[in-house]
Design a protein around this ligand. Sequence first.
Ligand code: NCD
Length: 332
Amino acid sequence: MKGNQNIREERTADMMTAVQNWGGVPSGWTRRHLLGLEDVTAGEITLLLDQAERFRNVIVQGERRIPLLNGKTCVNLFFENSTRTKTSFAFAARRLGADAADFTAATSSLAKGETIIDTAKNIEAMQIDAVIVRHSCPGTAKLLAENINGHVFNAGDGPHEHPTQALLDLMTIRQRFGKIAGLTVALVGDIAHSRTARSNIWGLKALGADVILCGPSTLVSKNWEKIGGVEVSHSLDKILDRADVFNLLRIQFERQVVRPFPSTREYAHLYGMDSVRLAKAKKDVLIIAPGPINRGLEITPDVADCPQSAILDQVTNGVAVRMAALWLCLNR
Ligand code: NCD
């Protein structure tokens, strides 16, 4: 039987060869963690999206494993529900040759009173390299980054940030238009409680897009206009022919303390994207949504499945973006 040292050396050699074949580690990335997009520069976003594009091209051509992170271990630490983000982080890690494990919060010792830092430190003591964390409390990812040695990836911290979701949205927009700068992107829906909206605002602004935030005044504050480069509209009908992209956000019922509108029927009537509204939009408009989508509420089924919709492309891009994020941070 091979000794541990030999196995480690072989894995490292495989990884070095893979890195060489890949063209080396790109320079210009210095971040150890990916916690949010608020302070990330246009150069960093572009570098990450370029890497993601390369990963996507290789994957869609049928290559399932690029062993750039051979022997590394990533753990999903999710305290909130997730379908796409959790699965695609796991796929991203595995496609890079890393091991991926899930930590199920509901059955963990947190229920017995352990703090999140203690839990993370215990997981880290099992020799892991990266923690991907989702939690309802803003700042959780940052707190972990300050307290553990591994790399931390924010997979959503309450209504605060969801950087990889915004990056995959940006990638999908860039694929369709070949650029982000100069486009008008409308984020429609529950801006007040949406981490996707917040990360999108920072990323879109950094890359030079004009952002319109649209929704009822109970969910979209005029204060957003104070940061510059952001316009607030409470009427979807008035902005239909102005936006190149509509990003239709889910109403985050689970975060709302009071009901922000009289009924879901009224919301759908005023802010739902349906075929009548779509017909009034630009011919080459792009429809995206982070998912899960509520068919009939923020988007009707015919619009969700129409040619202008890139909702499933977003999911494919999600794996590539997370591969790029893991690869850049773990190899910086
Ligand atoms: C988003 C989230 O969890 O914040 N979804 C996701 O990551 N795919 C948006 C949402 O839940 O509406």
